[in-house]
Ligand binder design. Structure first.
Ligand code: BTN
Length: 260
């Protein structure tokens, strides 16, 4: 089958020097992250991108499954960052997705901590960063991104209440090729800003829909309710508890108590 997202199409006039140096495209894969981890362990070039038209065993955060039928966008980017940059990859990926969606569709995208991208309060993209760290050294980091692009969410009952798609929000199909190219450009800009000593924290913080909201956070089996007061520079969430204390949460899952 001829791929819409082919190596030639994705790399043609791609305005990047790191991300997309090598692009591998597949009609179907179990999971782009799984393939990417194998490539990374074999030492493939930094900035390698793996794209699949569909995933049959897509992986979500917290060991959940991620649905990636045809019409969605599933990709993984392989990087070898220094340990100090690892926590910021979530910011790089979520901001890049938000910027790319806004540029390509004009839709306003917001980020729900730590890294879901929402449109009109519904999830349109999930991000799974997987890495191998030995002591102070990062073996690799794989940034996996799944976007609901051209899907009828109502065809997937498990998604219909919480998720949306770009085509559903826009009322027309969206070019996945245009979106992926813009996404790779934005990822590179943000990643290189970090490596050059710049900060992307302020933009990420300003894009968060979570701050100031009443939240319930589940993290490592514990639950924290309160007001999401702020985020630290390392990306952790600061929740003001009803007793006035402040909990710092590094990783978890947020439910907004009231819809936005
Ligand atoms: C989540 O919100 O739970 C994260 C979902 C991450 C899905 C992407 S799709 C591309 C990459 N490959 C995977 O198997 N998962 C990530």
């Amino acid at each position: 089958m001829k791929l819409v997202l082919s190596t030639e199409a994705v790399t043609e006039n791609l305005d990047t020097r790191l991300i997309g140096q090598r692009v591998l495209c597949y009609s179907s894969l179990p999971s782009t992250n799984e393939l990417a981890k194998g490539e990374a362990r074999r030492g493939t070039v930094a900035g390698t991108v793996i794209i699949a038209e569909e995933q049959t065993a897509g992986k979500g955060r917290l060991k959940r499954a991620w649905l990636s039928p045809r019409g969605s966008l599933s990709l993984s980017v392989i990087l070898y960052p220094g340990l100090e940059y690892l926590p910021s990859l979530i910011m790089v990926a979520s901001l890049a997705v938000a910027r790319a969606i806004e540029a390509v569709t004009g839709l306003k995208a917001q980020i729900k901590w730590p890294n879901d991208v929402l449109i009109n309060g519904k999830k349109v993209c999930g991000i799974l960063v997987e890495s191998e760290v030995r002591g102070e050294t990062v073996g690799y980091a794989v940034v996996g991104i799944g976007v609901n692009v051209n899907l009828r969410v109502s065809d997937f009952p498990e998604l219909s209440l919480v998720a949306t798609s770009l085509s559903q929000e826009l009322g027309r199909a969206v070019s996945r090729l245009g979106l992926v190219k813009r996404l790779l450009v934005e990822m590179e800009r943000l990643y290189l800003t970090l490596l050059d000593g710049g900060s992307i924290y302020e933009e990420w913080r300003a894009s968060l829909v979570t701050l100031g909201k009443e939240v319930l956070v589940t993290s490592g089996g514990a639950e924290y309710s309160g007001i999401a007061e702020s985020v630290a520079r390392d990306g952790s969430l600061l929740v003001r508890r009803p007793d006035g204390s402040l909990s710092q949460i590094v990783a978890g899952d947020v439910t907004l108590r009231h819809q936005i």
